[in-house]
Design a protein around this ligand. Structure first.
Ligand SMILES: [Zn+2]
Length: 54
C-alpha cells in the first residue's frame, strides 16, 4: 500500500483505491479532524492509517 495515500482520502475513496480485508477494515484509524477528501472533495474525517497487526 502506498503510504502517501494516508490522510488524504475519505473511507469510500480509500476503499476504492485499496481493497482491504475485513480484518483491516476494523483497523482503520481516522484523522482527528475533518478535511476535504483529495478525490471526491467531501469534507469528513479521512483515513489516517491502518493499524498494523502485531
Ligand atoms: Zn472521498
Amino acid at each position: 500500500m502506498n503510504e502517501t495515500d494516508y490522510g488524504i482520502y475519505c473511507k469510500k475513496c480509500f476503499l476504492k483505491k485499496h481493497k482491504l480485508s475485513k480484518k483491516n477494515l476494523d483497523r482503520i484509524v481516522y484523522t482527528p479532524y475533518v478535511e476535504e477528501c483529495a478525490n471526491c472533495g467531501k469534507k469528513e474525517k479521512l483515513v489516517d492509517y491502518i493499524e498494523e497487526d502485531d
